[in-house]
Design a protein around this ligand. Structure first.
Ligand code: SF4
Length: 316
């Protein structure tokens, strides 16, 4: 068995966005609660022993709402020898760093501790369109400012864009996305079509996805890239393809629905949470004040606990 990526779920389901295609809202919470550092360390050893090169920090909500937890995982990831440590985020807190010096401090600490890459999830390369889709109140934020902030601090940046009807929906749409990414020196671009599980916990989101689902988008976009000087660099074991497209690195990632079973061999995800739920910033939700602004929970249950929690104690 070969493992490529060790995926770690940071935080809980709290999020400061409200994407209409949010997969988190449609799937069970899997008991997200207090991190089990014991399980985390076991996962590190397992992934490292089977050759994983990348630790990937993602979330069922927004990971940057749990900055101390990220710091702890990055520090330990370095200690366990992962050369690449990546963070997935919607980038809202990073784009708004001017009004939040605390996040700036965390960014610098994550870099010092060994975070190498930040992957920014977007729905469109136009800031106004992207903000309207992601933010509960549509308040604009500048994703390209987040890219500049990350570059200034030495991070590699990946843009991960969801493809859907009426937004980025074709080879020409991806070409335009790539052009904008190139203007901002983005190192990697990943695109994938929106999709949903067959059994959903949120009918409204599921309907939105059904209305915007693009059945053949991966095939059509790949054809377009190959017809416009795209050079296939790599076929990933889980079905993704990486291209060099006019000097830019572009990757297709299949949706869960189409990933072949072999995908299970290349990625190990470990649930590091046990016991009661936690968040050092609480989950005040859209109904209450929060030290991090208007933070929305992905699940009504998450709104029950609005108390501030202390940061995790860093381990030695
Ligand atoms: S950013 Fe938040 S709302 Fe959007 S998909 Fe991720 S968890 Fe869901």
């Amino acid at each position: 068995m070969k493992i490529q990526t060790y995926t770690v779920v940071v935080g809980d389901r709290t999020c400061n966005a409200q994407c209409p295609y949010c997969i988190s809202c449609m799937t069970p919470s899997y008991g997200l609660a207090t991190p089990s550092m014991r399980n985390f360390r076991i996962g590190c050893e397992l992934a490292r022993d089977y050759g994983a090169s990348t630790m990937f920090l993602t979330g069922k909500g927004e990971p940057t709402l749990h900055p101390c937890e990220i710091e702890e995982y990055v520090m330990l990831g370095r200690k366990y020898g992962f050369p690449l440590i990546e963070l997935q985020t919607n980038g809202i807190l990073i784009a708004e760093i001017d009004s939040d010096p605390e996040t700036l401090g965390f960014l610098e600490r994550w870099y010092e501790k060994g975070l190498t890459t930040v992957s920014l999830s977007i729905a469109h390369h136009n800031n106004a369109v992207n903000s309207r889709l992601l933010r509960p109140n549509g308040e604009p934020y500048d994703i390209w400012k987040a890219v500049d902030i990350l570059h200034e601090r030495g991070f590699s940046v990946r843009i991960s864009c969801m493809m859907m009807l009426a937004y980025v929906a074709s080879g020409y749409g991806v070409e335009e996305l790539m052009r904008v990414c190139k203007e901002h020196d983005v190192e990697q671009v990943t695109v994938r079509g929106i999709d949903r599980p067959d059994v959903t916990r949120n009918n409204e989101k599921a309907k939105w996805i059904d209305d915007h689902y693009l059945e053949h988008v991966n095939r059509d976009v790949r054809k377009h890239i190959e017809a416009t000087n795209g050079i296939k660099l790599l076929e990933l074991p889980h079905g993704g393809i990486v291209y060099d497209w006019n000097g830019q690195s572009a990757a297709f990632v299949p949706s869960a629905r189409y990933a072949p079973p072999g995908a299970l061999d290349v990625s190990v995800g470990i649930q590091t949470f046990t016991g009661p739920r936690r968040s050092q910033y609480g989950s005040a939700g859209t109904l209450g004040p929060s030290p991090r602004g208007n933070i929305g929970s992905q699940d009504a249950k998450c709104q029950a606990d609005a108390n501030l929690r202390p940061c995790m104690q860093p381990s030695s």
